[in-house]
Design a protein around this ligand. Structure first.
Ligand code: SF4
Length: 336
């Protein structure tokens, strides 16, 4: 289990969370005379999300970070493991508990155009969660929609527009307003700015930061943009092929990354301009297929510090400093 940060009970906690996607039926596999193939998208992830803070989950495409985000919201069932929200396992919640959880935990998606119903006017999109939960009268809901539009930098005239009539940045603001409608405690933001122009990205990030301060929101920020991570998050979890390989306070991770994968990635951050992207191809070679990950440490074929035992021993995520955990044999007890 992950360590509790600063002694505070986490708002959300993942414990041994795994998600495997079967690629074929077990019947087909039996006919082939082999085990069914699976993609281990998320593997034995344990982490804590502290109330009022931002945890960034970073990783290359295919690292499992979006799958992890969906598991944290119970948008899919895990293969094994638990997610505890205020101590309650969200996968064991009854209907009433789950309904209460869904109010408190919302998602903002990467592509605001794809995530907004093109046939619904903006006002209706933002009002929908209020309608589902029967919050107040219709007039009160409409008033709340206007207030939300204003809070995200739009106005009541936008309520009558269709998503296609708005810019990308405006659409993302609508997505944010809809996520805020039920006054959630936690928002999982999956690459919320990566489809936006650079200048709009900064405005959207500023808005999210303001909202966090105003409403004491907790964020889980899924991103591949380390510039965003540095300026926005309190803690960072780095994923590689479904596993967390390093987790630490943001400042610590940028000042002294310990895992060789993190070191290579973070050494190339194009500072001080956060709008520039990191080249995620920096570690030598392509990431291996999640269908057939390398044995031992999954990173060993690309690792600049690889040792003879790295291809046979899978390192565990272990504390190396206060608040910092690393999965690398360089830091394991008895390592040379
Ligand atoms: Fe590199 Fe070995 Fe550490 Fe993996 S365990 S990151 S291969 S040194």
């Amino acid at each position: 289990m992950s360590s509790t940060i600063n002694g505070a009970e986490p708002l959300l906690r993942a414990v041994g969370l795994s998600k495997h996607f079967p690629l074929e039926s077990s019947l087909l596999a039996t006919l082939r005379g082999a085990e069914a193939q699976t993609v281990k998208a998320v593997e034995a992830v344990s982490l804590d999300v502290t109330a009022g803070q931002t945890l960034a989950i970073v990783g290359e495409s295919g690292s499992g970070k979006s799958t992890l985000g969906r598991l944290l919201l119970r948008l899919m069932q895990p293969t094994t493991g638990q997610v505890l929200y205020q101590g309650n396992n969200i996968f064991r919640m009854n209907r009433r508990e789950l309904s209460a959880f869904r109010r408190q935990a919302q998602i903002i998606l990467q592509d605001p155009y794809a995530s907004l119903n093109p046939r619904m006017r903006v006002g209706r999109i933002i009002r929908e969660p209020l309608d589902i939960y029967r919050e107040g009268t219709v007039a009160e809901r409409n008033k709340r929609v206007d207030a939300l539009l204003e809070r995200v930098g739009l106005n009541s005239a936008h309520a009558r527009a269709y998503p296609s009539e708005l810019s990308g940045g405006q659409r993302q603001r609508v997505g944010i307003a809809a996520a805020l409608a039920l006054s959630p405690e936690i928002i999982i933001a999956d690459e919320p700015t990566s489809s936006l122009d650079v200048s709009v990205q900064a405005q959207t990030l500023n808005l999210l930061a303001e909202l966090q301060r105003d409403f004491n929101l907790t964020y889980v920020f899924i991103t591949h943009d380390l510039g965003v991570v540095q300026h926005f998050s309190d803690r960072v979890a780095v994923m590689y092929l479904g596993k967390i390989v390093e987790e630490a306070p943001t400042e610590t991770l940028f000042a002294a990354p310990q895992h060789p994968y993190t070191q290579v990635l973070f050494s190339a951050i194009p500072l001080p301009d956060p709008s520039r992207r990191v080249n995620w191809d920096l570690p030598k070679g392509e990431p291996p297929s999640p269908l057939d990950p390398p044995p031992g440490c999954h990173f060993h074929p690309r690792c600049p510090k690889v040792m003879s035992n790295c291809s046979t021993i899978a390192p565990r995520l272990e504390a190396t400093a206060p608040g910092q955990r690393v999965a690398c044999l360089l830091y394991a007890d008895g390592a040379n």
